[in-house]
Write a protein that binds this ligand. Structure first.
Ligand SMILES: [Zn+2]
Length: 290
């Protein structure tokens, strides 16, 4: 990871970046970027990337909570973002847990446990023990998993993350039980069928819903989800290749899906193209092989 701070600077030298007598708005801004300015030097390896990811996923800073609500000066920033940090979603000490805003909602109702555990480790024992921090490869793996678990609620059609460890979860928006998701097996990868799904060759997951024919490191998109215009709970799959697909339904019917045409997805559907493509749809437990 690129780090703008020269490592040879001492902690005291780096802390001089914090200007005294700041107004609240400026102080808040500094708190947001405090990870680069006032965090202890020993955090630099592994903690900043976790802070940035937390802000991106939870729309809030991991150390923000009731204890930082009076944020006003350098000493306060130094205490709560450096010397005595308390993770807002700490598993046992709830004294810095926000009572409003997106962070507790996303933490309790949206993301899978596997992702929460990585943040919890980093912002509790990982703050003092570098060996407990999450390596870059683990973050990449976790975020890839997140994309695989991205589906839609069977009740309201809203975007949800399924969690293999918590199949009993309900939709964060409408509280409909999520149950077992419809999944698609493609090569060795099994992913949830959702409105953001896009598949590349060999089971890769390209950038979802990209307008580009070639979607970054995932290669060209070969199949892309499309939602029904009048009922977003119904998800189809569009053939983005130049080869017609054969869609075999569980009742024995077989249909041809021409390039740029779509087929509604359902449990038991199998799509082939006669040239090695095989997409198998099934509903079931994500933690078990399809
Ligand atoms: Zn819902």
């Amino acid at each position: 990871m690129t780090n703008a701070l020269p490592h040879e600077m001492s902690r005291a030298e780096r802390r001089r970046f914090v200007v005294r007598g700041l107004g609240r708005a400026v102080a808040m801004t500094i708190a947001l970027v405090a990870v680069y300015f006032v965090v202890p030097l020993e955090w630099i390896d592994g903690v900043p990337v976790a802070v940035v990811l937390f802000i991106a996923l939870f729309c809030g800073h991991p150390l923000d909570g009731p204890q930082t609500s009076g944020l006003a000066d350098e000493n306060f920033i130094r205490t709560h973002y450096g010397d005595e940090p308390l993770f807002s979603m700490h598993p046992t000490d709830k004294s810095n847990r926000p009572t409003s805003g997106p962070v507790p909602v996303y933490w309790d109702k949206v993301y899978p446990l596997a992702v929460l555990r990585l943040f919890e480790r980093t912002f509790t024992e990982g703050l003092t023990d570098p060996t407990r921090r999450v390596a870059e490869g683990q973050w990449i793996k976790a975020l890839t998993r997140l994309r695989e678990y991205l589906g839609s609620c069977p009740g309201c059609g809203g975007v949800v993350f399924y969690d293999p460890e918590r199949p009993e979860r309900v939709c964060w928006s409408c509280t409909t039980p999520l149950g077992m998701p419809l999944t698609i097996t493609h090569g060795k990868r099994r992913v949830v069928v959702g409105p953001e799904l896009a598949l590349g060759p060999n089971g890769t997951l390209p950038v979802p819903n990209s307008t580009s024919a070639s979607a970054g490191n995932g290669g060209p998109i070969i199949a892309q989800a499309v939602t029904h215009p009048r009922d977003r709970r119904i998800i189809g799959l569009t053939n983005r290749t130049t080869t017609p697909w054969q869609a075999a339904f569980p009742d024995g019917e077989v249909e041809t899906v021409a390039p740029n045409s779509s087929v509604a997805t359902e449990d038991g559907l199998t799509i082939t193209d006669g040239a090695g493509l095989r997409l198998v749809f099934s509903r079931g437990d994500l933690s078990k092989p399809a």
